[in-house]
Design a protein around this ligand. Structure first.
Ligand SMILES: Cc1cc2nc3c(=O)[nH]c(=O)nc-3n(C[C@H](O)[C@H](O)[C@H](O)COP(=O)(O)OP(=O)(O)OC[C@H]3O[C@@H](n4cnc5c(N)ncnc54)[C@H](O)[C@@H]3O)c2cc1C
Length: 563
């Protein structure tokens, strides 16, 4: 390895590496002590005293096919910023978590703060961490454990991962991956003919595809969505038919309403046609949600909220599409697609929205085989070293492009508008512009494409003059505007021309007259029915606002029930 020899010898043969690098021997010693004391059983720890030695070592590890899970670097290495080394790590180990170590009390220093902000914005590092204090420093280890989990999730080897084995990428095999994603269940996919697929099949011994190998070893042949939900321990049937509150939708708005409703003593049921977390489960890293300075995956946030609502006593019914609702005297009766009804004294509609389809037949045929709707988080590892296209001009598209750029050779963001600023937050525009392997094509659209079993090419059209160009493409991620899930609602629930639910002051004069009083903020045209989150006309389309509306809805439910 590098000429500046590591200060420690490897602790476990074959495990992934944790690398620490610092000029200051005393500081390095503290970090080494913490890493070895806690992680030496499962990881190999290597500590180095210079950026140059660290880079040489990392290059040698990459050439030898080793895995590096975490690189911790001091702020200054041989007079150069530690972020320079961390920036290089991405090229060698796209999944490795890259963390800058800063001394306690330094964060208030504007120079340090600006350097960290800039390096994260430019994708040169993932996080910062305050140097460990004398042991035990559980805060340090909580952060390190989080980094290691993020690394494992990115490599699809997180605890309790479900293996999906299919004969092709698309069709039911893709649907199953989508279902698992929507249930926030970690999973990985293998083709039956691949080395991993054959190894799994040798153990599973069954042949009806797609096949699932569950974390407890149970093998499921071509299971239904409901079978999967049941096998993973989630409830499918409601535990009764009378509730104070029925929440339709289990995304951030519905989960928040579930937490506040149940914690405030309402007998609460949350029903969802899929699994957990709604659109948020498609997000690889939500960085703008309060309280998660290092970002949080949508799946993680959803799992935490679900647990929280459940602990307060909320009940859940997954894989239950709601097909109708009607008012019957003091109750609102909700019809479930699998049969049966549940009734609540109040209902919160939190059915959100999903991406519009592109409507290009050749590309629809490749759905799941290189063409994905908003599924960047789970499919990203498939695009290592490839040409990737993302269509869309909103935050979700920018975020997907940045996430994919960790793996892909090049990501091209195709945007219909003339500038990125038209639909994307300023901080994301900066990150996109600063990422060398992300190219932006504004004023452009995807009009055709194709491939043999997997996407191979796309046709792009320049909107200004209609000129078309055929480009090689390995994957296409579509994030092109939201369509609300409201087609099932009766006409009595007023909606805008795009289908979003009208609430409060936006209700029509007729609805206001029928109500006979000033409407409450989230109240729909049907008394006792509120709407929260992305499903609402003019909603903000952010996790935080959906969560906020979910909690406000509960205050309004109390007022409705009291009246
Ligand atoms: C890829 C991606 C990245 C994003 N990144 C960010 C980010 O970084 N920061 C941020 O603030 N926001 C982000 N967003 C936006 C954010 O996820 C949404 O604003 C938020 O999820 C809206 O929550 P919601 O509960 O209103 O609806 P949704 O999340 O859409 O959830 C609606 C739920 O209702 C269920 N449902 C629909 N119809 C029915 C029915 N008939 N019966 C039963 N259930 C039904 C659905 O299955 C779904 O689970 C991102 C979105 C995407 C797609």
């Amino acid at each position: 390895m590098g000429d500046d020899r590591p200060t420690t010898t490897p602790s476990r043969a074959g495990g992934p590496w944790l690398i620490a690098v610092d000029d200051d021997p005393g500081q390095l010693c503290d970090v080494e002590r913490e890493l070895r004391n806690r992680y030496a059983h499962d990881y190999r720890v290597c500590c180095l005293r210079s950026g140059r030695a660290a880079l040489t070592t990392l290059e040698e590890l990459a050439a030898a096919g080793e895995q590096v899970a975490l690189v911790l670097a001091g702020e200054v290495l041989s007079g150069a910023p530690g972020t320079g080394l961390l920036g290089e790590v991405r090229r060698l180990f796209p999944h490795a978590q890259r963390v800058l170590l800063v001394p306690w009390g330094r964060l208030g220093d504007p120079g340090t703060g600006d350097a960290i902000f800039e390096a994260i914005a430019r994708g040169r590092m993932d996080h910062y961490l305050v140097r460990p204090s004398p042991p035990p420093d559980e805060q340090f280890h909580r952060a390190v454990s989080g980094f290691l989990l993020a690394w494992a999730e990115a490599r699809r080897c997180a605890p309790h991962t479900i293996d999906v084995i299919g004969e092709t990428w698309s069709g039911r095999a893709y649907e199953l991956r989508e279902v698992l994603g929507r249930c926030a269940l970690p999973h990985r996919f293998s083709l039956a003919g691949s080395d991993e697929g054959r190894a799994l099949l040798a153990g599973a011994g069954k042949r009806r595809f797609p096949l699932l190998v569950m974390p407890d070893g149970k093998v499921m042949e071509d299971p239904s969505d409901t079978d999967i939900a049941r096998a993973s321990g989630t409830t499918v049937e409601p535990d009764g038919d009378q509730y104070d509150l029925v929440i339709v939708g289990n995304g951030p708005a519905g989960l928040s309403a579930g937490v506040y409703g149940a914690s405030e003593g309402l007998r609460t049921l949350v029903v969802d046609s899929g699994g957990l977390g709604g659109q948020a489960t498609a997000s690889s890293s939500i960085r703008n949600y309060l309280g998660f300075p290092r970002g949080v995956t949508g799946g993680d946030l959803a799992r935490r909220a679900y647990e929280q609502a459940w602990i307060f006593g909320a009940r859940f019914a997954f894989m239950q599409r709601v097909t109708d609702l009607r008012r019957e005297r003091e109750r609102i009766v909700v019809t479930l697609a699998h049969g049966g009804v549940v009734a609540g004294r109040a209902v919160v509609l939190a059915t959100g929205a999903s991406y519009r389809r592109l409507g290009v037949e050749a590309l629809e045929a490749l759905h799941g085989a290189g063409v994905f709707y908003g599924a960047a988080a789970s499919e990203a590892p498939l695009v290592s070293g490839q040409e990737v296209y993302v269509v869309g001009g909103a935050n979700s598209a920018g975020q997907a492009a940045l996430h994919l750029a960790r793996y892909a050779r090049r990501v091209t963001l195709v945007v219909r508008a003339a500038t990125l600023h038209a639909g994307m937050s300023h901080y994301l525009v900066r990150q996109v512009e600063a990422t060398p392997n992300v190219e932006v094509r504004t004023g452009a659209e995807v009009v055709d494409g194709g491939g043999d079993g997997w996407l191979e090419h796309l046709v792009l059209r320049r909107r200004a003059d209609g000129e078309e160009e055929t480009v090689d493409a390995h994957a296409l991620f579509l994030m092109i505007g939201a369509r609300p899930h409201t087609e099932w609602l009766p006409p009595t629930v007023e909606r805008d021309p795009d289908g979003f639910v009208m609430t409060g002051p936006d209700l029509s004069d007729d609805a206001l007259r029928a109500l006979g009083r000033r409407p409450m903020a989230l109240e729909t045209s049907v008394p006792g029915v509120l709407a929260a989150g992305d499903v609402r006309h003019r909603s903000v389309k952010r996790v935080a606002s959906a969560v906020g509306e979910g909690s406000i809805a509960i205050q309004l439910v109390h007022r409705l029930l009291a009246a």
